[in-house]
Structure formats: C-alpha cells, structure tokens
Design a protein around this ligand. Sequence first.
Ligand SMILES: *[C@@H]1O[C@H](CO)[C@@H](O)[C@H](O)[C@H]1NC(C)=O
Ligand SMILES: *[C@@H]1O[C@H](CO)[C@@H](O)[C@H](O)[C@H]1NC(C)=O
Ligand SMILES: *[C@@H]1O[C@H](CO)[C@@H](O)[C@H](O)[C@H]1NC(C)=O
Ligand SMILES: *[C@@H]1O[C@H](CO)[C@@H](O)[C@H](O)[C@H]1NC(C)=O
Ligand SMILES: *[C@@H]1O[C@H](CO)[C@@H](O)[C@H](O)[C@H]1NC(C)=O
Ligand SMILES: *[C@@H]1O[C@H](CO)[C@@H](O)[C@H](O)[C@H]1NC(C)=O
Ligand SMILES: *[C@@H]1O[C@H](CO)[C@@H](O)[C@H](O)[C@H]1NC(C)=O
Ligand SMILES: *[C@@H]1O[C@H](CO)[C@@H](O)[C@H](O)[C@H]1NC(C)=O
Ligand SMILES: *[C@@H]1O[C@H](CO)[C@@H](O)[C@H](O)[C@H]1NC(C)=O
Length: 432
Amino acid sequence: MHKLFYYQFWSICTFLSAVTHIADSSPAFCFLSRQPTTHVIQSASELADTIPSIDVYVLVDHNNVSLPSSSSSSIRYIQLNETFLIKEGFQKAGMFGSNKICSAWDKALYYFTRIATNYSFVWFAEEDVFIPTTQAFLSLHELYSPHNDFVAPELAYNIQGDTYSWYHWYLAPGTFTIPWAHGIVCIVGSSRRMLSAVDEYARWRGELTFVEFLFHTMGIQHKEMTIVTPLELNTIAYRQRIAFEQVKNRPNNLWHPVKSFFNQKKWRQNIINITLIDKNQTLSKFHILKDKVIDDIGINSTSDLNHLLSLFELVKHQFTPTERQQLRHLFVRLANDQSEEISSLLHRLADHAFKLSEAHINTTMEEDRTEKYVALENKLVENKKTILWLVKNGNGSVDEKNEIGRLRREAKQLTLNLTREIQCERRYTRCK
Ligand SMILES: *[C@@H]1O[C@H](CO)[C@@H](O)[C@H](O)[C@H]1NC(C)=O
Ligand SMILES: *[C@@H]1O[C@H](CO)[C@@H](O)[C@H](O)[C@H]1NC(C)=O
Ligand SMILES: *[C@@H]1O[C@H](CO)[C@@H](O)[C@H](O)[C@H]1NC(C)=O
Ligand SMILES: *[C@@H]1O[C@H](CO)[C@@H](O)[C@H](O)[C@H]1NC(C)=O
Ligand SMILES: *[C@@H]1O[C@H](CO)[C@@H](O)[C@H](O)[C@H]1NC(C)=O
Ligand SMILES: *[C@@H]1O[C@H](CO)[C@@H](O)[C@H](O)[C@H]1NC(C)=O
Ligand SMILES: *[C@@H]1O[C@H](CO)[C@@H](O)[C@H](O)[C@H]1NC(C)=O
Ligand SMILES: *[C@@H]1O[C@H](CO)[C@@H](O)[C@H](O)[C@H]1NC(C)=O
Ligand SMILES: *[C@@H]1O[C@H](CO)[C@@H](O)[C@H](O)[C@H]1NC(C)=O
C-alpha cells in the first residue's frame, strides 16, 4: 500500500517536473513588422507550422491597420498603445528608421518583458531577414540558446567610451557607465535574464536606449551573462547584395537584407529541392574527408580543410548540439603542433562547429577603485533602489512623479560622472 503510494507520488512528481521543464524552456519568435503583409504572414506561418514548439508572433507597428483573424492561424499578433508604453518607459529603443519615440522594438520588448514573461528565450527578427530553411533556424536555436543570454550577429566593444568610433555613440553618455558595446540587431535571440534586465532598466530610467547598444552593453556589463556571435549570423549586414549562389553555399546561415519576397520564396524552394536530391551524399563526403584529415593532417592539408569547411556549411543542420561540440573538440585537438596556417583553418572549423561565448572583459578590480569611484557607484546603486521602490510601491501622486523625474535626471548625471571617473583612473582621457 505504502509502496504503491510512493510510487505514484514520485511518478506524478517526475511527470510534473517534466511538464514544468518544458514550460520553462519554451521559446518564442517575434517578427517586427510595420504591417502584416502576406509575405510576413507566410514566413511566420511556415516557422510556426514546422516548429510547433516555438510560439511565433508578428508585431504590427502601425496601429491604424486591422489585424488578420488569429483564430484560424498558428501565429499571434501584437499591437500596442504607444502613449501607454511611453509612460511605462518603453521608448527610444528604435528611433532610427521609424522616427518614432515608441517603435516596434519598444513594443516587442514591452510585450515580452511585461506581458508574456513565460518564454525563456525570445528571438526578434526584422521582416527582411531571410531564413533559408526552418531547420537552419532550429539548429541555431538548439545549439546556442540553452547556454547564452544573447545570440547576435556581432559584438563590437567600446572600452574607453569614446563617442566618435560609431555614429550612434553620441546617444550613449548618461545611459551606461563604460565599457559599452554595440552590434547589428536584424535578428537576435535574448534570454529571460536579458529581458528582465531590459525591464528593470525601463523601470529605473523611464526610457530605454537604442537597441543596437542596449542589449550588448547590458550583456558585457553583467558578470553572469554570456553573449555568442555564431557564424551562422555573419551574413547579416545593413546593406549588401545577396545572390542565390551565396545562399546555396551556406544554406544554414541567416541573411539580411533580402527585400524581394519573390526571391525568398523561390530560393527556399530551390534549397529544399537541392536537399532532397542530395540524400546523404554530402554528409558521407564530409565524413570521409574528415577521417582522411584526422589520419593525415599536415602542412599539405590546406585544400582538404577548405573543402571540409565548405562541405560542413551544407550539412551543419544534420548534427545534434552534442555532435557539434564534439566536432569543435576534435578540430581544436587536431590544431595542436600544426603550422600557423593549418592551425588557423582548424580553429575556423572549430568555431563553425561550435562558437564559444565571448570572453568577459576585465573591469576595475575591487581593490583598485578610488574612493570617488566607490562613492559614485554607491550613489548610483542607491538611486536605482529608490526609484525601483517608488515605481513599485509609490502612491502615484504628482509630488512623487516629480521626485522620480528628479531622481532619473540624477541617475544620468551620476552615470556621466562615474564614466568620467573611470576614464580618468584608467587614463583613457587626460584629467587634472
Ligand atoms: C498608418 O500609419 C502610418 C504611420 O504610422 C502611415 O505611414 C500609413 O500610411 C498609415 N496607413 C493607413 C492605411 O492609413
Ligand atoms: C492609449 O493609452 C492612453 C494612456 O494610457 C489612453 O489615454 C488612450 O485612450 C489609449 N488609446 C487607445 C486607442 O486605447
Ligand atoms: C505565454 O504567455 C502568453 C501571454 O500570456 C500566452 O498567450 C501564451 O499562450 C503563453 N505561452 C506558453 C507556451 O505558455
Ligand atoms: C523544385 O522541385 C519541384 C518538383 O520537382 C519543381 O516543380 C520546382 O520547379 C522546383 N523549384 C525550383 C525553384 O527549382
Ligand atoms: C542518411 O543518414 C541517416 C543517419 O546517418 C540515416 O538514418 C538515413 O538512413 C540515411 N538516408 C539515406 C537516404 O541514405
Ligand atoms: C607535401 O607535398 C609535397 C608536394 O606534393 C611533398 O613533396 C611533401 O612531401 C608533402 N609533405 C608532407 C608533410 O606530406
Ligand atoms: C583580464 O584579466 C585576466 C586575469 O587577471 C588576465 O589573464 C587577462 O589577460 C586580462 N584580459 C584583458 C583583455 O585584459
Ligand atoms: C505620496 O508619497 C510621497 C513620498 O513618495 C509623499 O511625499 C506624499 O505626501 C504622498 N502623497 C499622498 C497623497 O499620499
Ligand atoms: C557630477 O559632477 C559635477 C561636476 O564635477 C558636479 O557638479 C555634480 O554635482 C555631480 N553630480 C552628481 C549627481 O554627482
């Protein structure tokens, strides 16, 4: 009797924990669009239908268009009130391109930080990102989302906090202390931890800042967060002409921009046709060549390794995350004691197999901080705590709103002063 009870009890627990685990790790994908055009709906439906484990959303920025009926479709639509969002601090994330204080990015961030907080990982993509196959996306997602807070095409540091090395840096002073970082965000993936940090920033500051450095800077400053820049995303650029030949050689990459949706459709079908004809031939070729390289690696292996890489580009999606990590170990191991050229090719292969998270940069050690540094930092921490408390527990009176406004201006000034102090201490700038 007892035994049976325990057995049932534990199997129910196991079952429940399995269910919670699935719910915990559920991802979402959000297309950022101006209006729900046929092509966005098509791309989104295809993703939703082939990967049922991912909830697919289309954010519609224009509030003057009516949404297609959701009931008959596997995609969900988001449309939000701008006046309300600005009050909530979701503004200024994407002013470029839209010329609006509250744009698609603010809305998507609001939705996934305040309303749908149940997703553990959320992908955001502009509508002209081209995903050749859903399998390509799924492989990328499964390989990199479990262990990273931010998956992005690029990460460029601005350690010293100069305002000239990139044309948007003039927006950064007062938003974050240094170091800063930025990168293109046509498609990025973000963990719940990263989204919670965005949410907290909005509550503290009453506004966001340009997404092209918001995520990256929070990611590098947070000691526990990790960022990865997979090579599957190195074909995302602001502007470039993309030919089918390129896509054919790297069908597991994501591409930007492909504005012609006629091409998107045709290319996708083409890739499917090529894959169908191929059966396993490319995969077999890859394994045969890989075994040859393992047996006989040396200064003459250059062309074999280049060939191996081009084969790998075609078959990447056929490997599980574990296999990809094993391939990385293999290539890194082979690179020992090889010439510089061979070693660098093998490390490239290793990065293609499994890119490691970006290394954390060093910040000033505790013991090296000046009194002024520590004082400013403490004030900033206190400022944040006070604002977050008021926003949560306050009475909403006019006096209090004014006080929050004053504290938010102080936060900016403290950030500027602390940044200046760090720049002086580290001699990034000349100070008296
Ligand atoms: C809807 O509003 C946008 C600007 O927000 C404008 O560009 C567009 O023309 C409007 N569309 C219609 C159908 O009114
Ligand atoms: C948008 O939000 C504002 C402020 O909360 C409210 O006054 C307004 O009525 C809302 N607009 C719509 C169309 O719901
Ligand atoms: C997540 O939350 C949203 C908003 O409440 C809901 O529509 C959606 O069904 C939820 N998804 C999952 C997988 O729990
Ligand atoms: C793909 O294959 C189908 C069936 O064989 C064919 O009808 C179609 O034209 C092909 N599409 C492309 C873009 O090659
Ligand atoms: C392709 O390879 C997989 C796994 O290696 C195998 O299960 C499958 O039977 C192969 N298919 C063909 C058509 O050779
Ligand atoms: C590399 O190739 C050259 C020319 O084919 C050959 O003479 C040489 O022995 C090879 N070296 C190694 C290490 O295999
Ligand atoms: C960061 O600090 C570690 C340990 O102190 C050191 O080994 C490493 O070289 C430093 N990295 C940079 C980029 O300064
Ligand atoms: C609301 O709280 C503030 C302090 O944050 C206080 O000064 C003010 O008197 C309160 N107003 C009301 C109406 O309770
Ligand atoms: C920032 O520095 C300026 C000039 O050094 C000083 O006047 C001001 O009080 C400081 N502000 C804060 C909030 O610490």
